[in-house]
Design a protein around this ligand. Sequence first.
Ligand code: UD2
Ligand code: MN
Length: 378
Amino acid sequence: MPSDQEDRKPNNKLADWRDSCLLSSFALLLFLFRCLIYFRAKMNRLLRIILIVVLLAVSFMLAVWLNNDHSYTHDHRFAELSLMADMIPEEPKESIVSKFNGSSPLPPCPPTPPGLVGPLRIEFEWIRSMSDVRKASGENLQGGGRYKPLDCISQHKVAIIIPYRNRKDHLKHWLYYLHPILKRQQVDYGVYVINQHGEGTFNRAKLLNVGYVESLKEYAYDCFVFSDVDLVPMDDRNLYRCHGEPRHMASAMDKFGFQMPYTNYFGGVVALSREQYMRINGFPNNYWGWGAEDDDMHKRITLKGMAVSRPDSRVGMYKMVRHLRDTHNEVNPQNPGQLHNTARTMDTDGINSLIYSLIKIEKDELYTMIDVDIHAPN
Ligand code: UD2
Ligand code: MN
């Protein structure tokens, strides 16, 4: 690395050159004056005055020019900056380069999101207008209900899968509350509403399997939250992300007096990593109508040697929009009986045997709606 002395050498040379110029200019001027004095008798008065004025003007201009610092060349300015650099606090090279390019690399998001507020007030008393929902939750979305934190890289790529048919008012409540919560939780997420096409018997678990497959066609999600459309968390510390074990997130619902209705309950909202989901071969495809598909999911998990984790009963509180049973989703008395066969059928009934026909994919600003024919038996 050159020393300071070496850096300054080119400037010293310039100064020397300027001094010699100045000396020779004065010598030339003196010589001209001498000539003037010597030949003055041979000139007329007017010519003498003009010559003196011109000589004085020229010497003045020469003095001014030489006094200006023409040595401030491009190189010199850079040399000065490099000296000043010693006084600027050191920055990592990478960040200097990226600032230069105008795009700083983002840091990873912290394990605990800093903007959480805890308990939330959730109201379902009135029907929301879509424009209110957009105003409340549309900011910074990338379309199709996709979002990534703006100031850090999220460690959680989460597809949120909602089984759906004819529940627009519930969906509006869900979008109104969940987008702001998920943004505060710094999740890299997408919202997928899986609409069962037609009037056939509803099949929640099969729709969830479709959501898994279709969301993965769009983005490399590593975590899947499967949520009813009518359930909103009452505490934003209930993080929409995956854990070491499959997670039952809705551990304390208002409709059950904020308690678990039974020990192995796994309904409402659950989160499974891609690996956990694949280990259980996804969800069953054969639970038509209401009931028991959530118990089958739980059985699959325990049969594969996994445990279920839950938030505590404060953080796991959920509010459900009150509703009547939908038509074509009546209680199916055959469903609980299927639970005896889970161990035998789970490896052949699931994501590896899923058959459906995709009808349409619609991108709203707040969600992706996937319309699908799941070949209902009636
Ligand atoms: C309970 C469980 C639910 C599931 C179900 C049995 C709770 C809060 N949830 O829900 O996870 O195990 O029992 O199948 O206890 N849906 C529609 N349109 C329909 C029918 C259903 O969109 O016509 C969707 C919607 O996302 C709904 C979900 O399916 O939230 C579950 O159906 P539900 O809300 O009628 O059943 P519920 O509340 O008893
Ligand atoms: Mn419900």
